[in-house]
Design a protein around this ligand. Structure first.
Ligand code: CMC
Length: 428
């Protein structure tokens, strides 16, 4: 696999040869395994330059603002494909043929309902529990319902589990929302497509009719599609790490949900809306931009910046178009929050601090505004992200367990005490 090698000399020691593996596109990697045998670890807090695995699912070029799933650009997928077609693509290595897509969609519809017993999970939660804590718990709870069949070595099990998770996540998300409102759950319907069904389970009156708005359904399909995968981000790496121990995949996805919750990751869409509310008026934007630049002030412009993208996030562009479509459909194009977001974006993109650090809006900047306009409560935003990201998580779990893998076990730069003897309590 290695076509080249790098030679590392530490002080006057003999050089250490490190194989260099080429990527199909993008940076090659150095295999640093030989360093451990020589008594060194590599040091890379935040894994800024560490490739933790091989993967053929998603490629990002952060400098150019490129995102490819199995080679297909996100803009083309957003324009010409749909969320479930992308789910198939992530799970397999090619676009589905018509019959394959039909079978996949049918399977997702068949698996959308959750077991009666899972309904009881919800009764233990207060109505005001954060929806992400409920999502973590009920997803881990599915491991209890499906543990008997667990066999990560069986491709049939891997595919079934992926279908179950993709199918059930919108149902669990809608149940979480309805629980918070004290409303009865609305079961999934097989005659609706994935996004329509989600809107139906969220907003239909119990036992009554609900007409799904096609513009909003299309917007949700895009939101799910744009969030579907993003290579080795914090939550996906968490899913892989948990999966590398041989844990039940539903529990691994629950671990990913926990990692996604934070405001530096999936919680950013919620944080964007909270930030816009705090700013309050466009007149206050310069004050907040000043705060964002002050190193002694923890304030950051939420929805800006990305570990990988040092250019406009390609998902943010599509999200911006969807945002305009939704606001026009709902007749709220002059929404003050949107106007403030646009003004904040304009000022930040012209500011030297943001320009120098290549800080651009990310996917979360506009998704929160769309969700707010549709009437989704702010604390549900990250749950929508969970629903969108589940196919990516399970595709990565499936890819990992389908080939030989090692338990994820990083090392450390130890900075504590050297060996010392215990001092009995009466002599301290
Ligand atoms: N506002 C103001 N300054 C920022 C921001 C921001 N949003 N993001 C980064 N910076 C500054 C940071 O202070 C640092 O400045 P300096 O060079 O003076 O020390 C410089 O830019 C580099 O930042 P960093 O923290 O080293 O970058 P990182 O790659 O570790 O962090 C990030 C990436 C996404 C955590 C960060 O940009 C951030 O906190 N953004 C706001 C939260 C957010 O929108 N997160 C969603 C990410 S996209 C959705 C997802 O994939 O989950």
């Amino acid at each position: 696999m290695a076509e080249r090698s790098a030679s590392l000399t530490i002080n006057a020691e003999a050089p250490i040869e490190l194989p260099v593996y080429p990527a199909s596109v993008g940076p090659a990697v150095l295999d640093v395994g030989a360093l451990t045998r020589q008594g060194y670890f590599t040091y890379d807090p935040g894994f800024v330059s560490t490739a933790s695995c091989d993967s053929a699912i998603t490629y990002i070029d952060g400098d150019e603002g490129i995102l490819l799933h199995r080679g297909y650009p996100i803009e083309q997928l957003a324009e010409q494909s749909g969320h479930l077609e992308l789910c198939y693509l992530l799970l397999h290595d090619r676009l589905p043929r018509p019959a394959e897509l039909r079978d996949f969609v049918d399977s997702i519809k068949r698996h959308a309902a959750v077991d009666e017993q899972a309904l009881n999970f919800y009764t233990g939660f207060r109505r005001d529990a954060h929806p992400m804590s409920i999502m973590c718990a009920v997803t881990a709870g599915l491991a209890a319902l499906y543990h008997d069949a667990f066999d990560a070595d069986d491709e049939g099990y891997r595919v079934d589990t992926a279908h179950r998770l993709i199918a059930k996540m919108p149902t669990l998300a809608a149940m979480t929302y309805r629980h918070s409102r004290g409303e009865p759950f609305v079961p999934p319907r097989e005659d609706l497509d994935y996004a329509e069904n989600f809107l139906h389970m969220m907003f239909a009156p119990a036992g009554g009719d609900y007409e799904v708005n096609p513009v909003l359904a299309r917007a949700f399909d895009r939101i799910f599609l744009l969030h579907a995968d993003h290579e080795q981000n914090a939550s996906t790496s968490t899913v892989r790490m948990a999966g590398s121990t041989g844990a039940n995949p539903f529990a691994c996805i629950a671990a990913g949900i926990a990692a996604l919750w934070g405001p530096a990751h999936g919680g950013a869409n919620e944080a964007v809306l909270n930030m816009l509310a705090e700013i309050g008026s466009p007149d206050n934007i310069p004050k907040y931009i000043k705060r964002a630049k002050d190193r002694d002030d923890p304030f950051r412009v939420m929805g800006f910046g990305h570990r990988v993208y040092k250019n406009y996030d390609p998902r943010a562009k599509v999200m911006q178009d969807t945002c305009r479509e939704v606001l026009a459909e709902l007749g709220v194009d002059h929404d003050p929050t949107l106007q403030m977001a646009q003004e904040l974006e304009r000022i930040a993109l012209e500011d030297e601090f943001f320009v120098e650090r290549r800080l651009y809006p990310n996917v979360d900047f506009y998704s929160g505004i769309i969700l707010k306009a549709i009437g989704i409560p702010v604390e549900m935003f990250t749950v929508i992200f969970v629903t969108g990201r589940t196919p990516g998580w399970i595709a990565h779990w499936k890819e990992m367990v389908s080939a030989p893998y090692k338990i994820g076990r990083p090392r450390q730069l130890y900075t504590g005490e050297d060996r010392r003897d215990y001092v009995p309590i009466d002599r301290r």
